[in-house]
Design a protein around this ligand. Sequence first.
Ligand code: DAK
Length: 257
Amino acid sequence: MDYVLIERDEEIAVIRLNRPEAKNALNLQVIAELGEAADIVARDPQVKGVIVTGGEGDFAAGGDIKEMATKYAPDMLTAYGADLSGFEKLERIPKPVIAAVSGYALGGGCELALVCDMIVASDTAVFGLPEITLGIIPGAGGTQRLPRLVGPNRAKEMIFTGSFYKAEEALAMGLVNKVVPVEKLMDEAKALLRKCTRHGAVALACAKASVNEGMNTDLYTGLAYERKCFSLLFSTEDQKEGMTAFVEKRKPQFKGR
Ligand code: DAK
């Protein structure tokens, strides 16, 4: 892959955007490579959690405007429509995924952060959906995932005005989980991820699927899905180990099965 690197730190895989000359703008190739990276880390049993980042520079300044400028509706409905699956593949990784964001997370960059389960931002991070200033609207989930996360009124303010928001403002509106000094970004993201990955992998996968399914359906369909996941977990060794460890007053040793 040219623009996306996969690094490993023990059980954590770091998917790193690497197109700094264009502020990590997401052209079709980058989006496809993100999908490839998602497939790789999803299938690797050694990987328990994932971080998506642009490092300490910029996260991503959006879809590649230079690539899109001359396109017409049929192009967007075909090539671009197909490649949105790169984002969806990331969202469906059955493991906790954290976006570690510094610098600009604009347009498609902000939408990329939104497909992750949590967002840790550095104090240099700037979020925004400036598509309206280009005569378009967010097209990679911004009008759908953002209102589900922060509520429709805050989402509409962001989308209608095209304004930029500093990390602390993003924290106040519930877009990000925490703000940390830029030099601590990766350490803090990894620390939060490890608080998750120390638990059983099957329970984590079920928890993620249950929350995500529930966000996309009505309450009672979501509750039924949750009940199935909850019951299914009683067929795992991890459930027996977790409850036995509690009774025996010791720490559980989860095996992810
Ligand atoms: N696309 C292409 N190149 C970009 C870019 C972008 N989004 N953002 C920055 N660059 C390039 C600049 O053109 C410049 O390249 P050179 O001129 O040096 O060749 C280089 O990165 C450095 O940028 P600047 O010189 O502009 O740096 P500044 O610090 O002055 O400003 C900035 C940084 C981030 C504020 C500014 O570059 C900016 O406003 N960028 C555009 C932000 C934006 O409008 N983003 C939304 C784009 S629309 C979809 C997939 C994706 C999308 C939709 C659908 N499907 C798969 C269906 C996404 C759409 C969008 O995000």
